[in-house]
Design a protein around this ligand. Sequence first.
Ligand SMILES: Nc1ncnc2c1ncn2[C@@H]1O[C@H](COP(=O)(O)OP(=O)(O)OP(=O)(O)O)[C@@H](O)[C@H]1O
Ligand SMILES: N[C@@H](CCO)C(=O)O
Length: 306
Amino acid sequence: MNEIKIFSPATVANVSCGFDVLGFCLDTIGDEMIIRKTDKKGIYISKIEGHDLPFEVEKNVAGVSALALYEDAQPNFGFEIEIYKKIKPGSGVGSSSASAAGSVFAINELLGKPYNKTQLTYFAMKGEALASGSEHADNIAPALFGGFTLVKSVTPIEVLQIPTPSNLYVTVIHPQIEIKTSEARAILPKEVELKKAITQWANVGSLVHALHTNDYQLIKRSLEDVIVEPHRSKLIPFFNDVKLAANTYALGTGISGSGPSIFALSEGIENAKKVEQAIRNVYSKTDIAFETYVSKINVQGMKILS
Ligand SMILES: Nc1ncnc2c1ncn2[C@@H]1O[C@H](COP(=O)(O)OP(=O)(O)OP(=O)(O)O)[C@@H](O)[C@H]1O
Ligand SMILES: N[C@@H](CCO)C(=O)O
């Protein structure tokens, strides 16, 4: 195989209580990428459509992650990357991760799959670090593994796959504003109160247990972030109104990644669609442009299109 076309999915990181640790993969929302072998050695970005991003390999997260893998693999040929960017950068649903993970996934396929998903996560994290200023894998991991993931550690990389309840749906609203992850990280406190930390890690543990036992009501009681959301929600217009409206039907609502996108998890597609209408009603009364999506959890992750 000398060329591959893939769907590289959007992802929701943090999942309320699990800052930098939990994440899940979205369906229907994602980038497309075409990567082909070239006689000329090295990594080249030859086409970018959809959003204005750098062609310089060392300035584009897809190029940085590809270079990290390339320098390890040392093949006697190169790779050309085409990015069809559909996830708006700075949207909060892992635009940078879709590029960083997609390029290493595709190159690995063209190399005959010498690397496993944990190793690909390591390479992709190098790209993510360009965008966010730190090596976190909570968008990268669900994009590569699919479903829900828990990043146990980044040094060394250890990703745990968590079951996805079959009737769980997600609604995403994306206000058309940009929040850079690096900026949203800079406003966070360096220390947290022990009382809040206890609440947060209790929520992470109970959320993971709820996902393993298909306990939708426990998911509802676990989707609470007492550490990061109080700081970042101030960056998202009408966040509290959206959360109040969504939770009439949703199990829980929170900031997707570093925002501005907001996610809500629901039991069943009917509730997810009611959530979508409820949150559209909030933003329709404002002058802020927005998009909404209802998606199943994507348990597969990356998809090979051809
Ligand atoms: N191939 C790429 N795809 C997306 N963003 C890129 C890419 N290359 C460089 N960037 C830069 O990375 C930043 C986007 O990453 P950022 O983490 O801020 O947003 P996001 O990934 O959409 O949101 P989140 O990480 O919160 O889900 C932008 O500044 C963008 O210019
Ligand atoms: N955990 C990261 C995810 C960014 O998508 C953050 O919230 O900064």
